[in-house]
Write a protein that binds this ligand. Structure first.
Ligand SMILES: *[C@@H]1O[C@H](CO)[C@@H](O)[C@H](O)[C@H]1NC(C)=O
Length: 370
């Protein structure tokens, strides 16, 4: 297809098959205007700026709408500070045929496993009490899996009965209210509800992100320079604490297939750097496909600083989220795609598939048409 010479907007698309615990990392279409560098910067007049503020279409997290608020500019540093608000809409037509979100799924009971793991680590003598508490607040669970409706665990919340008056359940409920208030809806009569994304829906994220506007140097556009005023993280070792790449909502123009699409994920406290895979097209627009995975920390010198020591890295394809999320969890791609076969072999019934479970971004580089 011939792209018009003055094509103003080329929308790429993100087939981002992202999953995982709070894996809200979404890279998506970038809107680019050809040739004129100043059009790419986030100065007030540009189309790109308007789109950066409120992406004019829903994203392919299949449920997401992203906005930026409380925007403040700093002319001197050529930066913008903002907060984010994500709104999620369930779109049955993009789910599997016939799925409504009311289906009951079976998954590890995240709360029970997290609480037990942390208590076992910090206060093993209290494990017995924890067992009693679970019987009270989760209605006598028979195993460590939960049967829960998909929309409940994602958004509406899974019920925790904190009306119990016995000591053990009360103590655990008090701890939950203190530690994971972010993920709890508290209803009358001490009924709590826990969900993975519900409390994020439509609420303004408290983090303040500072990015470059790219007016001085367009190649810096969208680059994350600070979060909450800090220019580095304080959770990993060495260079892993750096903010690298953009906020994922805009990328510099003129990227070649040798460049990576660098962006920083606040959910995973690390940058991702998808690499070029092949040429693709989206609605007739020529695009480049970039792919990414979690990585192999033990064997990738750039990623070793995410481990406490180079010898204590998690298995290939997994990432320990304890330091980032303060929860005893690992992140991986679905079905342990691109993971150490030893990890995959421990679970029956997995069918990792690049097309269904991989992270793929179809990206429209600047349309310089001759
Ligand atoms: C998210 O909140 C909006 C309103 O703010 C609501 O319309 C929508 O249904 C909620 N999304 C989900 C998945 O619950």
């Amino acid at each position: 297809m011939q792209i018009p010479r003055h094509l103003k907007i080329g929308a790429g698309m993100a087939g981002v098959g992202v999953f995982g615990i709070l894996f809200g990392w979404v890279l998506f279409p970038t809107i680019l205007k050809s040739q004129l560098k100043k059009e790419m910067a986030l100065s007030k007049k540009t189309d790109v700026r308007a789109m950066w503020e409120t992406i004019p279409f829903a994203l392919s997290f299949k449920v997401e709408w992203k906005e930026k608020l409380e925007i403040e500019e700093n002319e001197e540093d050529d930066t913008i500070m903002y907060k984010r608000r994500d709104t999620f809409y369930f779109r049955p037509e993009l789910s599997g045929p016939g799925l409504t979100g009311e289906e009951i799924i079976v998954m590890p009971h995240i709360l029970m496993i997290s609480i037990a793991t942390i208590v076992n680590r910090d206060k093993p003598a209290m494990l017995n009490m924890i067992g009693k508490a679970f019987n009270g607040i989760f209605d006598g669970p028979e195993h460590v899996f939960m049967n829960v409706k998909a929309l409940d665990i994602l958004f509406r919340g899974y019920k925790i009965n904190c009306a119990r008056t016995e000591f053990a359940p009360k103590a655990v409920c008090t701890a939950l209210k203190k530690e994971i208030a972010d993920s709890l809806i508290i209803e009358p009569n001490n009924q709590y509800r826990f969900s993975l994304f519900g409390m994020r829906n439509g609420t303004i994220d408290s983090h303040v992100i500072t990015v470059k506007r790219g007016i001085n140097n367009v190649m810096d556009v969208g680059k994350v320079v600070a979060i909450d005023g800090k220019t580095e993280q304080e959770i990993w070792r060495d260079t892993c604490n750096r903010f690298e790449g953009t906020d994922g909502t805009v990328f510099p123009p003129f990227l070649t297939v040798n460049d990576r699409l660098e962006s920083f994920s606040t959910d995973l406290c690390r940058p991702f750097k998808p690499w070029y895979q092949k040429k693709t097209s989206y609605n007739g627009i020529k695009t480049n496909r970039y792919i990414a995975n979690i990585g192999d920390f033990a064997n990738d010198p750039d990623l070793q600083c995410f481990c406490d020591t180079p010898d204590t890295c998690p298995p290939k394809g997994t990432m320990d989220m304890m330091k980032c999320m303060k929860a005893p969890m690992y992140a991986s791609l679905p079905h342990y795609l691109d993971c150490d076969p030893a990890v995959q072999s421990k679970v029956k019934g997995l069918n990792p598939d690049d097309n269904q479970h991989g992270i793929q971004i179809d990206f429209e580089p600047v349309s310089i048409v001759i």
